[in-house]
Design a binder for this molecule. Structure first.
Ligand code: HEC
Ligand code: HEC
Ligand code: HEC
Ligand code: HEC
Ligand code: HEC
Ligand code: HEC
Ligand code: HEC
Ligand code: HEC
Ligand code: HEC
Ligand code: HEC
Ligand code: HEC
Ligand code: HEC
Length: 289
């Protein structure tokens, strides 16, 4: 019933407007029933509201009638295809524009299914390079699995527990990059505590030592990249005469490990006494605390 009334309204309106247009312009475009853009709102609310709120360029650069030429029943097919106006970029060759631009009256509001990758890389080219460069379990996830709203950056902690209780979501970036998460690197102000959640033993030994290595941070020795092991010489050069080092080839022979250093109190050497007079260290277990 209502439809019939609507249709009647259109017909009457159409006739009136066609007549008026004909009077003023002298000739009527028969494919257009003489409606103007300001008439649409009289019968339609959803589309004008959506355009008013989120129309973007579909509000400012085109009008209702640029997309909807004519009106039923005079013109039956008045739904435009996107390619009428959008062509010439790889993005415009995608199929099913309304899968993501689900409302053409609010074109920038984008809904994403959780399995989208190929479409994203028509515009974003860097991330896929990283994801493939360092293969990880993130490589096989779809972009929209993490970015489920366009432009939104997820927190790592949405999907993962921090390594330690006092580690926050903001800390993750210190060591991980989202698109190559297994290539762990860190800046020089990373605290020992950050390493302690996984390296309890090293952390405790190092915290307990009374040698000067206590004042050296984990990341000063294990610099920049996870699993880097420094040589003692990289900081100390050749601290003893070559002759001695030729006999005792490993620093560890006398100094134990870096976290729990045997310091060989320099006080036991008399002034002027040579380093190579140092005697072999006692057997294991007798090292100084
Ligand atoms: C007098 C009321 C009225 C006015 C004014 C009006 N419409 Fe409609 N419109 C209708 C009715 C009723 C239908 C449903 C017709 C149908 O399904 O056959 C409709 C359907 C449509 C459709 C859907 C067509 C389809 O294929 O699904 C579009 C698009 C549309 N109108 C756009 C417009 C635009 C744009 C304007 C302004 C230029 C406008 N209408 C002005 C009453 C109106
Ligand atoms: C950029 C092109 C474009 C513009 C501008 C546009 N539309 Fe549409 N409109 C569409 C497309 C595409 C559809 C089909 C949507 C779908 O299939 O879900 C549509 C559907 C409709 C429909 C039918 C479905 C519905 O949402 O009720 C109406 C009514 C409508 N438009 C009215 C309008 C009015 C009124 C305006 C101006 C205020 C307007 N449109 C502006 C492209 C446009
Ligand atoms: C009658 C022409 C026309 C049609 C049909 C049309 N558009 Fe547009 N659209 C434009 C113009 C003009 C712009 C602004 C210039 C540009 O970005 O290309 C625009 C911009 C856009 C934007 C960016 C909006 C913004 O505010 O920056 C999106 C997204 C968009 N269109 C999607 C679509 C989709 C999806 C369809 C099909 C459902 C469609 N358009 C159909 C003319 C059209
Ligand atoms: C998989 C989802 C998806 C599909 C499918 C899709 N788009 Fe987009 N589109 C987007 C995203 C995301 C943006 C970026 C929005 C932004 O810039 O904020 C975008 C932006 C746009 C823009 C504005 C920016 C530009 O580069 O011009 C237009 C126009 C557009 N799309 C048109 C289309 C058309 C036409 C189709 C179909 C041929 C289509 N889109 C299919 C997701 C999609
Ligand atoms: C049509 C081109 C286009 C498509 C398709 C597109 N984007 Fe975007 N994207 C943009 C533009 C433009 C911006 C805003 C400018 C910027 O920050 O680079 C943006 C921003 C983003 C941002 C925020 C960037 C930041 O620095 O805050 C993310 C995340 C993003 N897009 C992810 C995606 C994902 C995931 C997809 C696929 C589902 C996608 N984009 C599809 C064009 C696009
Ligand atoms: C939307 C969910 C989600 C978000 C957000 C997310 N991840 Fe993941 N991540 C996963 C899934 C799923 C896996 C695979 C788990 C599995 O198979 O055990 C994974 C695996 C990983 C792995 C192991 C990789 C491997 O190959 O062993 C690391 C490291 C990782 N994520 C770090 C991060 C970091 C850091 C962030 C933030 C920058 C982050 N993730 C954000 C879902 C997510
Ligand atoms: C495991 C979840 C996850 C996956 C999968 C993922 N991202 Fe991201 N993405 C993130 C996180 C987290 C950030 C924030 C990184 C930061 O702040 O350092 C981000 C940042 C971005 C940015 C902002 C700029 C940048 O590079 O930091 C863009 C654009 C982006 N992602 C696009 C993509 C695209 C395209 C894909 C698919 C090829 C993708 N992302 C896959 C989680 C993910
Ligand atoms: C101090 C550096 C550091 C920080 C900060 C850090 N991570 Fe890690 N993360 C690592 C290292 C190192 C690995 C182990 C890599 C390996 O196994 O080779 C790892 C492994 C992971 C893994 C995969 C193995 C597992 O434990 O499940 C996930 C997931 C992860 N980190 C998420 C996070 C999240 C989420 C945050 C922030 C809350 C975070 N990381 C903060 C260094 C860090
Ligand atoms: C998420 C847990 C995790 C975090 C956080 C973490 N590591 Fe590791 N680390 C590991 C794992 C797992 C290994 C491999 C152990 C193995 O191979 O036996 C490892 C190995 C190492 C190794 C090399 C061991 C060898 O024998 O080659 C060093 C050095 C190291 N980590 C230092 C650090 C430092 C410094 C930090 C803090 C910046 C840190 N790690 C943070 C998990 C972690
Ligand atoms: C990243 C640089 C670095 C590395 C690598 C390093 N050290 Fe040190 N070491 C230091 C610093 C800094 C001091 C304190 C120097 C000072 O204050 O005079 C020190 C002090 C020492 C001392 C004197 C301790 C004391 O308390 O008087 C000994 C012995 C020593 N290191 C041995 C080693 C051995 C053995 C290794 C390898 C297992 C090593 N170091 C690796 C930086 C390093
Ligand atoms: C002064 C330099 C230095 C400092 C400071 C240091 N390390 Fe080490 N670390 C080394 C060296 C050198 C090795 C190789 C074994 C050795 O000679 O002691 C090593 C070995 C390791 C290993 C592998 C062997 C093991 O003990 O499990 C881990 C893990 C490690 N360090 C973690 C840490 C953490 C965590 C910290 C901070 C709490 C730390 N390191 C502080 C120099 C250092
Ligand atoms: C044969 C045992 C022995 C070996 C092997 C050895 N040291 Fe020493 N080192 C000592 C003794 C004893 C002292 C304390 C006496 C002194 O200060 O010369 C000492 C002192 C040091 C000091 C502190 C010097 C200062 O001025 O405070 C450093 C640093 C050091 N050693 C580094 C190394 C490094 C690096 C290696 C391996 C290249 C190494 N040592 C190998 C026995 C040894």
């Amino acid at each position: 019933m209502n439809k019939l009334v609507d249709v009647l309204k259109i017909v009457i309106l159409s006739v009136l407007l066609v007549a008026m247009t004909a009077m003023f312009a002298g000739a009527a475009d028969l494919t257009r029933p003489g409606l103007s853009n300001s008439d649409c709102v009289k019968c339609h609310t959803a589309a004008p509201d959506a355009i008013a709120a989120n129309g973007g360029a579909h509000k400012t650069q085109v009008s209702c009638q640029d997309c909807h030429a004519g009106h039923p029943p005079t013109v039956k097919k008045i739904i435009p295809v996107c390619s009428q106006c959008h062509s010439g970029k790889p993005h415009y060759n995608l199929s099913g524009c309304v899968r993501c631009h689900s409302n053409p009256h609010a074109p920038k509001i984008i809904k994403l299914a959780n399995n989208i990758t190929d479409e994203c890389i028509t515009c974003h080219t860097q991330q896929i390079v990283k994801l493939k460069q360092v293969k990880s379990k993130h490589t096989n996830l779809a972009c929209s699995f993490c970015h489920n709203v366009h432009g939104k950056i997820p927190l790592c902690t949405q999907c993962h527990k921090p390594h330690g209780a006092d580690m926050t979501a903001a800390d993750c970036k210190r060591c991980h990059q989202a698109h190559m998460p297994t290539a762990v690197t860190y800046p020089s102000d990373t605290t020992n505590k950050m390493c302690s959640s996984c390296h309890k033993k090293a952390f405790e030994l190092h915290a307990q030592t009374d040698t000067k290595h206590k004042g050296v941070n984990c990341v000063t020795c294990h610099k920049d990249k996870h699993k880097t092991i420094p040589t003692c010489q990289s900081c100390h050069g050749a601290p003893h005469p070559a002759r001695m080092l030729a006999r005792f080839t490993k620093c560890a022979d006398c100094h134990n490990i870096a976290h729990d250093l045997n310091r060989w109190d320099a006080g036991t050497l008399k002034a002027g006494e040579k380093d190579d007079s140092v005697k072999l260290p006692p057997k294991k277990g007798a090292k100084k605390k």
